[in-house]
Design a protein around this ligand. Structure first.
Ligand SMILES: Nc1ncnc2c1ncn2[C@@H]1O[C@H](COP(=O)(O)OP(=O)(O)OP(=O)(O)O)[C@@H](O)[C@H]1O
Ligand SMILES: [Mg+2]
Length: 256
């Protein structure tokens, strides 16, 4: 535990109300979870277990039963204290340049000072190594560059929590490795709190200070601190043990 509790979730229950709902039951079934400021929480779990739904509830995009508090305030709608970054490369506005994409949500929030907008977008684009491409448009960027821009846009809003739903899943292995280490460095420097969904055990071990495993019945089945010292590589002490532990938790569930 690194800081104060910034996210407190008690008995979170989510069910959808469409024609499949009766068959599916509760998607999230009484989830309790407290996150502390500065944590990097990675969430693993079988496909369809409710990871994205969990993140969307925290983001304020879904109705829910139970309690979700961010800094003591009940989550009822989206807010700039919780910014989401998705897997899809199409998150940027295609008609705006890289820097205008970063500036746009700040403008929506009421910042009109052009020099200040420029300063903020330059600062955050530099952090993700995109400053040289600030005049480019999304169609001129690689997938990794689009994701870097989406991360800069999220960080520029100084959110309390960045919510990331498999942000690197569509990238090639090399870009993914690079972005993983850059994201971890940014997390350390900015002391931002991150919840990061992944299907990749290695990614969870490399990035997470804490790792959750969700089960198909919509519960948190495992919640462990990640003691491995960063930067983590497969040669790090205890890497194999941690990988085995997470793999068997996931494998048991997919066998169920
Ligand atoms: N808008 C929706 N309406 C109805 N059911 C939904 C909706 N969104 C998700 N679900 C259902 O909720 C369950 C959990 O979906 P969710 O997308 O949260 O899973 P996930 O763990 O993120 O899966 P994946 O790893 O494949 O991304 C699924 O059974 C899905 O069918
Ligand atoms: Mg998902």
């Amino acid at each position: 535990m690194t800081g104060r509790p910034i996210l407190e979730i008690k008995n979170l229950v989510k069910q959808f109300h469409d024609e499949m709902a009766a068959e599916q039951g509760n998607i999230l079934d009484g989830v309790d979870f407290t996150m502390y400021s500065g944590e990097f929480v990675c969430i693993l779990g079988p496909s369809g277990c409710g990871k994205s739904t969990f993140l969307r509830c925290i983001g304020g995009f879904e109705s829910y039963e139970g309690t979700i508090l961010v800094n003591g305030q009940k989550v009822e709608r989206p807010g700039t204290d919780r910014i989401m970054v998705f897997q899809e490369f199409g998150q940027l506005l295609p008609w705006k340049s890289v820097e205008k994409n970063v500036q746009y949500p700040l403008k929506v929030r009421g910042l009109r000072d052009k020099a200040k907008l420029q300063e903020i977008s330059d600062t955050y684009l530099e952090k993700v190594d995109m400053l040289a491409y600030k005049k480019f448009y999304p169609h001129q960027l690689s997938g990794g560059m689009k994701q870097r821009t989406a991360i800069a846009r999220a960080l520029a809003l100084s959110p309390e929590i960045v919510l990331m739903d498999e942000p690197f899943a569509s990238l090639d292995a090399m870009s993914r490795n690079n972005l993983q280490s850059e994201l971890y460095k940014i997390h350390q420097r900015e002391n931002v709190s991150v919840i990061f969904i992944t299907h990749n055990i290695q990614e969870a071990i490399c990035l997470g200070t804490r790792i959750l495993v969700m089960s198909k019945d919509g519960k948190i089945k495992m919640d462990i601190r990640n003691p491995l010292v960063k930067p983590v590589t497969p040669a790090s002490p205890n890497y194999g043990e941690m990988w085995d532990k997470l793999h068997s938790a996931l494998y048991e569930m997919t066998e169920e």
